[in-house]
Design a protein around this ligand. Sequence first.
Ligand SMILES: Cc1ncc(COP(=O)(O)O)c(C=O)c1O
Length: 373
Amino acid sequence: MSHRDATRCVHAGLPAPVPGQPFLPGPVFAAPYHLNPEGHRPGDDGYGRTDNATVRRFEAALGELEGGEAVAFASGMAAISAVLLSLLRPGDTLIIPEDGYYLARRFAEQNLTERGITVRSIPTAGPYPEAVLAEARLILLESPANPGLDVCDIPALVERAHRHGAWVVVDNTTATPLGQQPLELGADLTVASDTKALTGHSDLILGHVAGRDPQLIARLREWRTTTGAIPGPFETWLAHRSLGTLELRLSRQSDNAARVVEALAARPEVTRLRWPGRPEDPAYPIAQRQMRRIPGVVTFELPSEAYATRFLRACRLVTAATSFGGLHTTADRRAQWGEEVPGGLIRLSVGCEDPHDLITDLNDAFDTASRQS
Ligand SMILES: Cc1ncc(COP(=O)(O)O)c(C=O)c1O
């Protein structure tokens, strides 16, 4: 029986019901475990850097949602760096999004170039020249990319990349597996910061990788064990607890974003409004084809850095914070992090509040910021 998203989220990774036992067993806190006096038996837990029952249960839940096998990591960056460092060798070429998460690019430039790996950046929406694909060993995509929210036609690129023997890895942080299924679209691996919408309560740092090729997954598990990048059981348990409401949260964020985008489009101060769910958006046709739902992240530009700062100061409900995908609506002026974007660019992460309250708050803040001009 195949269930729909909300049902899958509520039940993902939970053990079969046992009278007297909890729905989601509590976190297992353990560094070493008792060993068999005759020696370690494969399959038994021996040491917490290798595995943990709470982490396994969360990975089972993620695997169900991703349609593959998942490996949990201590953060999104731990997951991305595990993929890049464990799979790439000197002489290889990596393609990375020019407009994606800036730290992934900085990581690659700082750590891969000196190891003899060529790093090329290409805008998410392309074009991806045939000659560049022919050299590539691994293509890291981020679709929708953050903060610009462009999308890449994943199945079309996978088809071309695979002809050249390159792996395609999709950073699916913004969409989550409910919004987009990279493995189903043909990607070799999907990677994510679970700090964001997947867990959605702004209270933990976590990441994961998922795939269908047992050899790739084994390499990532081995990497995690030897570098010590396994997440702690408490974070993992909180994350599993949060998964139950993923569909509810995403539905609300997406509906709210549609309403907020309409209100933003009516404001003269707002330019370069981007949301892949808006029919006028350049990403809309591809997003409609390959995405199952549109996340609550919206990007727009305000007239200047000073205007954007006044706007953020004037918001009462919307709070200035980085990260995205949480219950609370947050706004981030991305240029402050050193990203090469205009000073007035705002990434708005629409949360789960009442849409009327959000729109009132945003309009009041625009009015205040404009009056102070
Ligand atoms: C698209 C994307 N990927 C990866 C990361 C890194 O995740 P983490 O902060 O959990 O290390 C982020 C963080 O903002 C992100 O936005």
